[in-house]
Design a protein around this ligand. Structure first.
Ligand SMILES: Nc1ncnc2c1ncn2[C@@H]1O[C@H](COP(=O)(O)OP(=O)(O)OP(=O)(O)O)[C@@H](O)[C@H]1O
Ligand SMILES: [Mg+2]
Length: 503
């Protein structure tokens, strides 16, 4: 079929972009058709976010041209792109924490009355947007108090509230739970039905195949192929992304022998959002912690790790009380890969090396001096294990989203813990690297580390865990092992629709 020019919403012609020696985009040409959902997939660092940012006016390309409905355009700011109907929901949430949900959603485009912001209408419009989207957000809530998932929802409402014709969604579902992902999919379908165009960047290939009309695969900044989604499969996309077929997703499970020592045991933990949780993890055991967003999983993780105030009736692991602080945790052999790399310790302006060794610097200390050679070596080896970048001296801000996530993983490894609390450890990581990380988690456990794994991907929980604990409304509501460990059982317990299962 011959494409008519007017069908093309955005014609991306020969875009090039370099960051220093890194060629992030190289001669990228793609036609994005009006009213279509056009997906971009590729490994971490392939150039997806860079492309999205250029389209949305965050920065200009070095080479090439954007042609919007037949007219060449060059945007000097996101505002300029917005004026031409293009909005970006960025991979990293960029909201003002001190403002409310409503203020963030309509920042800069607030409904006015007599020269003043019309607060009533602001709240009302936000409420309506949230309702339409199926998000349970209070317009008056302070954004700084919201969970990552909720902040992501605010980002999405921001784009919707601006009524853009072309919306770039850069990994919008990475922080959402199954139910919210469903809502998001409805939103995307609804947008396309109403004639909007959606550019969707996602590492969830099932999501891509379900939603997209067209899929472009990027590798090393170049277009590998652009095809109708109907002619692709997960395997074909992975092969194009990696330049090879991928191995099995989940390695064999190696559960600990019965009677293996307990390395983490907390009882009756109380913390904000956590109402009396008790659980145990044995050496070598991977325990999945499942539940909906807001069920208290992250709060529990932070409470155990000492990142949030908490009380517990007891805790074993050679430790008799909660460590009370992250540094206390490290001394007690408890490491955490946090849910939010941005809020929990990623120093964007500091080099990769420092970001990885930050919490374990004492290891490299001799008489007050950091042994740099040893530090670089250990950091380099931890990064290799997580298939991360070996660019030790680059600032973390120069890494793609998925590669930043790998830094947090490497940091936890470096601490050589007995207990690893991993809160969404593979968020934003590409399929190939995910498999590497799964193998690594299983290996770490096999060496005797007890792993508490939090994930919104039930498949990931099922694929890796020896046992699954389900939380709902701050409490443990069910625990599954062996044949009982099924998606149905977990979901039912997470939603509270299960026949009362023993905890
Ligand atoms: N501000 C920057 N400074 C230096 N290099 C950068 C910058 N932003 C991106 N890069 C580099 O450009 C390349 C492409 O990055 P980009 O963020 O577009 O990848 P991506 O496909 O979105 O990856 P991910 O799936 O991990 O989010 C990477 O090598 C990255 O390190
Ligand atoms: Mg990205």
């Amino acid at each position: 079929m011959v494409a008519l020019t007017q069908d093309v919403h955005l014609d991306i012609r020969g875009l090039g972009k370099s960051f220093g020696a890194t060629r992030a985009l190289d001669d990228v040409s793609v036609e994005v058709r009006s009213g279509s959902v056009h997906s971009f997939v590729g490994e971490n660092g392939a150039g997806k976010s860079t492309l999205g940012k250029i389209v949305a006016g965050v920065f200009p390309p070095d080479q090439g041209q954007l042609v919007l409905r037949g007219t060449p355009v060059s945007f000097h700011s996101p505002r300029a792109a917005l004026e031409r109907g293009i909005a970006l929901v960025a991979q990293e949430v960029a909201l003002v924490p001190q403002l409310t949900v409503a203020q963030n959603v309509f920042l800069g485009v607030e409904p006015q009355r007599g020269g003043f912001i019309d607060r009533g209408r602001l709240l009302e419009q936000t409420e309506r947007l949230a309702q339409d989207a199926g998000f349970d957000l209070r317009p008056n809530a302070l954004v700084g108090r919201l969970s990552i998932a909720e902040q992501q929802q605010v980002e999405i409402l921001r784009a919707l509230g601006r009524d853009a014709e072309l919306i770039v969604l850069d990994e919008p579902s990475a922080a959402l739970s199954a139910k919210e992902v469903e809502h998001l999919h409805e939103i995307v379908r609804g947008l396309a039905r109403r004639g909007h165009t959606v550019i969707l960047v996602s590492h969830f290939l099932n999501e891509v195949l379900e939603l997209a009309d067209t899929v472009t695969v990027l590798r090393d900044g170049k277009v590998v192929q652009t095809n109708p989604a109907a002619s692709e499969t997960e395997a074909s996309l992975i092969a194009a992304m990696l330049g090879r077929a991928a191995g099995r997703a989940y390695p064999d499970k190696r559960p600990p022998a019965p009677g293996t020592a307990v390395v983490l045991s907390v009882s009756d933990v109380h913390a904000p959002g956590v109402a009396g949780v008790s659980l145990e993890v044995r050496a070598g055991e991977i325990v999945g912690l499942a539940g909906l967003v807001g069920a208290g999983r992250t709060e529990l993780a932070r409470a155990i790790y000492g990142a949030a105030p908490a009380t517990s009736a007891g805790m074993a692991a050679g430790v008799t009380t909660l460590p009370g602080s992250p540094s206390g945790s490290l001394r007690a052999g408890v490491a955490m890969i946090p849910e939010s790399r941005k809020d929990d310790g990623l120093l964007l302006q500091r080099p990769v090396r420092e970001n990885v060794s930050l919490t374990t610097l004492p290891i490299f200390d001799r008489l007050g001096f950091v042994r740099r050679g040893m530090e670089a070596e250990e950091v380099g080896s931890a990064l290799t294990k997580v298939s991360g970048t070996p660019r030790l001296e680059a600032p973390a801000s120069a890494l793609s989203g998925g590669n930043q996530q790998k830094l947090m993983f490497a940091r936890a490894l470096l601490a050589k813990p007995n207990v690893l609390i991993a809160d969404e450890p593979t968020r934003g990581v590409d399929v190939g690297a995910k498999r590497d990380l799964y193998r690594l988690l299983v290996e770490i456990a096999a060496q005797g580390v007890g792993v508490l794994l939090i994930s919104n991907e039930i498949e990931e929980i099922l694929g890796l865990s020896h046992r699954v604990v389900v939380m709902r409304l701050g409490s443990v509501t069910a625990e599954f092992e062996g044949a009982e460990m099924t998606e149905e059982n977990i979901l039912a317990a997470a939603f509270g629709t299960a026949p009362a299962a023993a905890a």
